[in-house]
Design a binder for this molecule. Sequence first.
Ligand SMILES: Nc1ncnc2c1ncn2[C@@H]1O[C@H](COP(=O)(O)OP(=O)(O)OP(=O)(O)O)[C@@H](O)[C@H]1O
Ligand SMILES: [Mg+2]
Length: 403
Amino acid sequence: MNDRRLIKRVRLQNYKNIAACDVVLERIAVIVGHNGSGKSNFLDGLRFVADSLRSSLDHAMRERGGIDAVRRKSSGHPTHFGICIDFDLGEITGRYGFLIAALRRGGYEVQKEECAVAKKDAIFPSHYYVVERGRYIEGNLKSSPPTIMSDRLYLVALSGFEEFRPVYDALSTMGFYHFNPDAIRKIEPVDPGDILQRDGKNLPSVLHHIEKNHPDFKHRIEQYLESITPGITSVKRHSLGSMETLEFRQRVQGAKHPWKFEAGSMSDGTLRALGVLVALFQGAGKSDSTNRFIGIEEPEIALHPAAARSLVDAIEDASEHTQILMTSHSPDLLEYVPEDSILVAISSEGEGSVEPTRIGPLDVNSLGAIKEHLYHAGELLRMNQLFPEKSDLSMKKMDFFGS
Ligand SMILES: Nc1ncnc2c1ncn2[C@@H]1O[C@H](COP(=O)(O)OP(=O)(O)OP(=O)(O)O)[C@@H](O)[C@H]1O
Ligand SMILES: [Mg+2]
């Protein structure tokens, strides 16, 4: 099987409640942990990268309430936060990361930003750059470097350079989902894009795009949907002039033919399940060979526990072409995903305050209990007995950009 992983490793420093983490991501990754432990914050760290490349650093920061809401609040008053990603684009691999610091006079600056790309299996990077506080420190850009601004990410300015364009394209198109059935029910203007939006409101457009270009994947979405919501036979875009909605067909007892229902009449679980399925399969069959990445918040919300098997089947199927990171509270989902997919976020309470979050794969005890068939992971989650492997990772020990 192809190793379809866009993101191999993620390091975060002082990102919200995560003081430091160094996490290897598999093709499928599920983060579990208590409420408020930092699962969504971990996803948000990656979303921050996509947002700030796609729009701007300023926009990504403002959307989150400014740098003081993004950097970790703690008695040590860290003034900076950092995100570093090891990626694999098939032909090339590499690393991209930045450290952003709050300024005394208000605002922030990019303290350091690095990107290096190498041909697969090469030891040395073929292209790289390092910028610090608005200054070009080193690199081997082929053309003359564009102007550097200390409050912008340089990768955006280099997105037109062929050596860095694939990195920009892959990281800026990572998709992050938190579905909202009410947004999906609304009749929306036709959307020209083929990328699903975060709340799922442009589902009709994206579904139509899949139907036109890859009818086999549209059919697969319908099959999975039927196994989650019995009786659904099909779903398609329903055009209303310049507006659109979804039209489902569902078998109804006594009726000769399936009845039509628009999105406004469908159940929360059905709409959410369709959102998850379209997010999973929107990248299928696309001609470019770039690995893809999506993050989904709690895909099990509003689904019957018995639907977990179908959900995981769809996730496994989609992981052939897309890497998937999820947060979850579902013991049923954990029952079916491979053990090496599970990550645990933990923040313990000590001396009257909450410790920063640790995130890691299952520790030896948790893994042992599962491998010896004493418990499955879902049971251990229910008993609050899933723990991340011990790590002595501290910010001082973390070589942020190094290996
Ligand atoms: N800048 C920050 N510094 C320190 N802690 C923060 C910061 N911003 C948010 N937090 C903490 O992060 C926690 C929320 O984390 P997050 O949303 O990742 O939780 P979660 O694991 O997804 O929980 P749930 O299962 O409820 O969705 C809150 O407890 C909040 O106090
Ligand atoms: Mg959350």
